[in-house]
Design a protein around this ligand. Structure first.
Ligand code: PEP
Length: 249
């Protein structure tokens, strides 16, 4: 049985008070679930988020980190800084980091290794652009991202990896991949991992879908056999919507 996960990426939203208010609401309304629930507030609110969550059911993740231990990297945050405030999960490779901040597969590979080297869990995001899908290159783009980002990791490292397939054309656009498109890609991802490693690693890794998941479509997407949960952007900013999505799993 794979771990089911619902993670909320709050991006550059919510000040301190709003962060605490939303976490209080989520804690109060959290349904009884076997799924892991993760929220990723901004860096400046991570420590407060950890403190305000008395329930260990909701976990806190960072949205990014640098690969270096420390040093002259103005504006950056290291793994040790995150661990120091007991944040041991990090989202890496989000399409906004890739496209707006120029993060390449090679850079992400360094970040992944740095996080894993410190014992952190990584939610690794990847997915094709609209052009790639239109030109029928979506499978090869995804394969490339996985290969260059992750496939030089040793087998053991995969126990700390969560994958998030997020077709860029579906992020924040209101357009969702159909449940069939999500399933088709997730099955392809598992096959690709199985060929690069083995069946048991491919079977064990949780693969989340991300891209305009909302209460009205979550259940159908999550019902697909290779979809193990979701990485939620916009809908994770509203307590009731996020709770409905958690219920859907
Ligand atoms: C995301 O940014 O990871 C995401 C999936 O956003 P949204 O749910 O708003 O499409």
């Amino acid at each position: 049985m794979r771990t089911k996960i619902v993670a909320g990426n709050w991006k550059m939203n919510k000040n301190l008070e709003e962060t605490e208010t939303l976490l209080t609401e989520l804690s109060a309304k959290l349904p009884d679930t076997d799924a892991e629930v993760i929220v990723a507030p901004t860096f400046v609110n991570l420590a407060a988020a950890k403190e305000s969550l008395d329930s260990s059911i909701i976990q806190v993740a960072a949205q990014n980190m640098h690969y270096a231990e420390n040093g002259a990297y103005t504006g950056e945050i290291s793994a040790d800084m995150l661990l120091n405030i007991e944040v041991d999960i990090v989202i890496l490779g989000h399409s906004e980091r890739r496209s707006l901040f120029g993060e390449s597969d090679g850079l992400l590979n360094k970040k992944v290794k740095a996080a894993l080297g410190k014992g952190m869990k990584v939610i690794f995001c990847f997915g094709e652009e609209l052009e790639d899908r239109k030109s029928d290159n979506h499978f090869s783009v995804v394969e490339h991202q996985l290969k260059n980002g992750l496939f030089d990791l040793d087998a053991k490292a995969w126990g700390s990896i969560i994958l998030a397939y997020e077709p860029v054309w579906a992020i924040g656009t209101g357009e969702t991949a159909s449940p069939e498109q999500a399933q088709e890609m997730h099955a392809f991802i598992r096959k690709t991992i199985s060929e690069a490693y083995n069946n048991s690693i491919a079977d064990a890794v949780s693969i989340l879908y991300g891209g305009s998941v909302k209460p009205s479509n979550a259940e159908e997407i999550f019902s697909k056999p290779d979809v193990d949960g979701g990485l939620i952007g916009g809908a994770s900013l509203k307590g009731d919507d996020f709770v409905s999505i958690i219920k859907a799993i």
